[in-house]
Design a protein around this ligand. Structure first.
Ligand SMILES: [Zn+2]
Length: 163
């Protein structure tokens, strides 16, 4: 991990433990160059090492911030806290991490998000799913998701035909 103080890429882990909520692993690290200590979480590592495979086969680095912003759009004016959104993204990352794959397909990522969003907020789910059906690539969904809405919300797609 890059040291946030000096930018060195050499450190040792001095402590490692799961966070109280869920399985996010926090690691306390000590920079071997400057000696300062800092904490990392597993999702930071996930971002650094995971590539998203798009429908056309191209690969882009996984972008956690973009996921969060896209979901915030889907949850526009819905009673869903930023914390809930971050937790959802944490869960999806943990699930993907557990497979030990360095790549994840955009479609699978979209599906994992949609499933969890469904449990969190129905309207946000329908917004997301409506776009998901049309575009299929997560990038497109994250860009477009908020605009579909009011109409889609009153006419939810049938279950089982979303994917
Ligand atoms: Zn350092």
């Amino acid at each position: 991990m890059l040291c946030p103080y000096c930018g060195e890429n050499r450190d040792k882990v001095v402590d490692s433990r799961g966070a109280q909520e869920g399985q996010t692993i926090r690691r306390r690290r000590e920079c071997l160059a400057c000696g300062k200590r800092f904490t990392t979480r597993e999702h930071l590592e996930f971002s650094a090492q995971t590539q998203v495979v798009k429908r056309d086969g191209s690969r882009v680095p996984y972008d956690r911030q973009r996921m969060i912003e896209g979901l915030a759009k889907a949850c526009y004016k819905r009673p869903v806290s930023t914390e809930s959104i971050e937790k959802l993204v944490d869960q999806v990352e943990e699930e993907a991490l557990a497979t030990h794959e360095r790549e994840i397909h955009s479609i699978d990522l979209g599906r994992a998000i949609a499933e969890r969003l469904k449990a969190l907020d129905q309207i946000a789910y329908v917004r997301f799913a409506s776009v998901y059906k049309q575009f299929r690539d997560l990038d497109d969904i994250l860009d477009e998701v908020r605009d579909v809405l009011a109409s889609a919300a009153s006419d939810p797609p049938e279950q089982g035909r979303l994917f």
